[in-house]
Design a binder for this molecule. Structure first.
Ligand SMILES: [Zn+2]
Ligand SMILES: [Zn+2]
Length: 216
């Protein structure tokens, strides 16, 4: 099992990176990405520290921990430049906090993230077919989430992805130890969103592909 979207104390997560990783490992995870919330104020502060932690934890061999970031509630016009900055700072997985139904995320965030070609558009809410088609074209993965609230639109995201041939990835968006739901529950939530068994297998393989790309 893999979770490419987690939070530590470098944003609103409960745990330091070492415990986040250890909790994930204990829950049966082979790889996670640490993707703390970032904006203009903290991007250059958190990424180097997360990189340092990821290197030390990963070299022990229990679990692969990939340094990433989740650009959150920034103006859509700044997403491309912040994504470039994150990459320059060494983030290997760049996520954008999409237009979830449960928060007033600036409209246009989904489009800006996809246009910028980030790795994953998290919890994209009521993503339009036009944006889902662009995601397919740009190879941006759309997120199915096990997180309460953000998950309200999973079914819609599945429909749009299927219709527009966009690729999906399932994440826990873990902020606390109990958020690492494991493969069985993740698959159950994916079925609840309307995915077939075959589509679920493909979705889990996508996470593996992203890990391989990030570690290459
Ligand atoms: Zn988010
Ligand atoms: Zn998140």
């Amino acid at each position: 099992m893999i979770d490419l979207h987690t939070h530590s104390i470098f944003s609103d997560g409960e745990l330091v990176p070492a415990e986040t990783a250890q909790r994930a490992f204990a829950a049966g995870y082979k790889a996670i990405a640490l993707t703390d919330h970032a904006d203009y104020s903290n991007i250059d502060f958190i990424i180097p520290r997360i990189i340092k932690a990821c290197a030390r934890i990963s070299e022990k061999g229990n679990i692969t921990v990939i340094p990433g970031v989740e650009l959150t509630h920034v103006d859509p016009s700044d997403i491309a430049s912040l994504a470039a900055e994150a990459e320059k700072l060494g983030a290997k997985i760049i996520i954008v906090h999409g237009e979830t139904l449960t928060e007033p995320v600036p409209p246009g965030t989904n489009r800006a993230a996809i246009s910028a070609g980030v790795d994953i558009l998290a919890h994209p809410g009521l993503i339009t077919a036009e944006d889902a088609r662009l995601a397919a074209e740009k190879g941006v993965f759309l997120e199915i989430t096990t997180r309460r609230g953000h998950s309200y639109s999973n079914g819609h995201v599945v429909q749009m992805a299927r219709q527009c041939k966009a690729q999906l990835v399932l994440n826990n968006d873990a902020h606390a130890p109990g958020d690492f739901v494991g493969r069985q529950m993740a698959a159950t939530i994916a079925r609840g969103a309307g995915l077939s068994e075959e589509e679920i297998v493909t979705m889990f393989k996508n996470s593996q592909k992203i890990v391989e790309r990030a570690c290459a």
